[in-house]
Design a protein around this ligand. Structure first.
Ligand code: SAM
Ligand code: SF4
Ligand code: SF4
Length: 361
């Protein structure tokens, strides 16, 4: 078996690329735990107009925070090239995220390019909704299939305090309706539940989105990054969330749509639709985790809780051929053994990790 190490012209950052022994470009690839890559999440900007306390606390992400300069972020052509080569390895779903992806100028052009170059791939985007009303039609026309909008509360004071940008609930609700009207349906609505902050809103949120066709997803508050001061006591376990919803609206579990689906599905027994729960803290799903992440500046991460990634930008800008690049992607995935949430402890929760706004949520 030949061992090939890809030459890198520019100075590489992050982890050394593993040798590409035995990995062929364009073939499906599995990691050390047998998990095949299926989802690629792309952070298109590390910037955001919100300062959600659990993600980008204002004390850290202040006026002088060193966001990435323009020359360091991947161009649309570079992003599409990586995505196209990942598609060859079996990626079926692409999610654009950030930071706030709708702040990246011309993001709809990127959607159009991905839609053209990756026919058949599922194209989605996660947004805080602040710019969605204005962009929904263009995103749909560009080929976006579905959208996820984050909304943590229906209570204006609670929501404004959580986004720490004084952004009102009503504008996000309008954006959700605008997206659905454009055909980006069903809209998924993400609610991060934090104890003592917005957990009193769980039943109200369920009640608001039941029967609308939108799918609410409760997310356990996670120890991503190193700035949000996460404590286990702040997590509301998914079992408790389901219990509270069930007391108000009887519900029952539903089978997953596909293998590796992150959200556990529940449906209302009275036929008013379904909701999901993402319990990465109390019921880790590492065993089926099939997600790769591309940061704004072209680092490849194989876990949301990583502290280092592999530098693809150096390859992209160093003259690597498609075959070299595809082999590098495969090699990184094949050497992957991540299972952070399965082995989380108080100590790992305090460890250095990349921020979610940079790696892409
Ligand atoms: N800005 C966009 C948004 O908020 O939808 C996309 C990026 S954001 C990082 C992606 C998702 O991650 C959002 O739904 C957000 O609520 C979630 N998120 C951020 N920090 C989190 C945390 N500490 N625990 C759980 N979910 C978190
Ligand atoms: Fe911005 Fe999304 Fe993070 Fe909130 S969760 S600060 S909207 S990137
Ligand atoms: Fe995947 Fe890492 Fe999350 Fe486990 S902790 S599910 S490996 S991203």
């Amino acid at each position: 078996m030949s061992r090939k190490v890809i030459p890198v012209a520019a100075a590489a950052r992050g982890l050394a690329l593993p040798p590409t022994d035995g990995v062929r470009a364009g073939e499906p690839v599995a990691d050390t735990l047998g998990r095949r890559v299926r989802d690629l999440r792309i952070s298109v900007t590390d910037r955001c107009n919100f300062r959600c306390r659990y993600c980008m606390p204002r004390e850290v992400f202040g006026e002088d925070y060193p966001f990435l300069p323009h020359g360091e972020i991947l161009t649309f052509e570079e992003i599409v090239r990586v995505a196209r080569l990942f598609r060859g390895h079996g990626v079926a779903k692409i999610r654009l995220t950030g930071g706030e992806p709708l702040l990246r100028r011309g993001v709809e052009d990127l959607v159009a390019m991905l839609s053209r170059e990756l026919p058949g791939a599922d194209l989605t985007l996660t947004t805080n909704g602040s710019a969605l009303r204005a962009k929904a039609a263009a995103l749909r026309a560009a080929g976006l299939h579905r959208i996820t909008v984050s909304l943590d509360s229906l209570d204006d004071a609670t929501f404004r305090a959580m986004n720490d940008a004084d952004f009102p609930v009503a504008r996000v609700l309008e954006a959700i309706d605008a997206a659905a009207a454009e055909g980006l349906a069903p809209v998924k609505v993400n609610m991060v539940v934090k104890r003592g902050v917005n957990d009193h809103e769980v039943v109200a949120m369920a009640g608001r989105f039941r029967g609308t066709g939108h799918i609410l997803r409760f997310i356990e508050y996670m120890d991503v990054g190193a700035t949000n001061g996460w404590r286990m006591d702040d997590v509301v376990p998914s079992a408790e969330i389901v219990r509270r919803v069930n007391e108000a609206f009887a519900c029952e579990p539903v089978n997953p749509n596909h293998f590796g689906e992150v959200a556990k599905r529940w449906r209302y027994k009275d036929g008013q639709g379904e909701f999901g729960i993402i319990s990465s803290v109390t019921q880790a799903f590492c065993a089926t985790c099939n997600r790769a992440r591309l940061s704004t500046d072209g680092m490849l991460y194989t876990c949301l809780f990583a502290d280092q990634g592999h530098d693809l930008r150096a390859l992209l800008r160093g003259g690597a051929s498609d075959e070299d690049l595809a082999s590098a992607l495969a090699a990184v995935w094949r050497h992957r053994g991540d299972r952070y949430s399965e082995i989380r402890t108080a100590e790992t929760a305090r460890a250095r990790k990349v921020e979610m706004s940079y790696i892409g949520g």
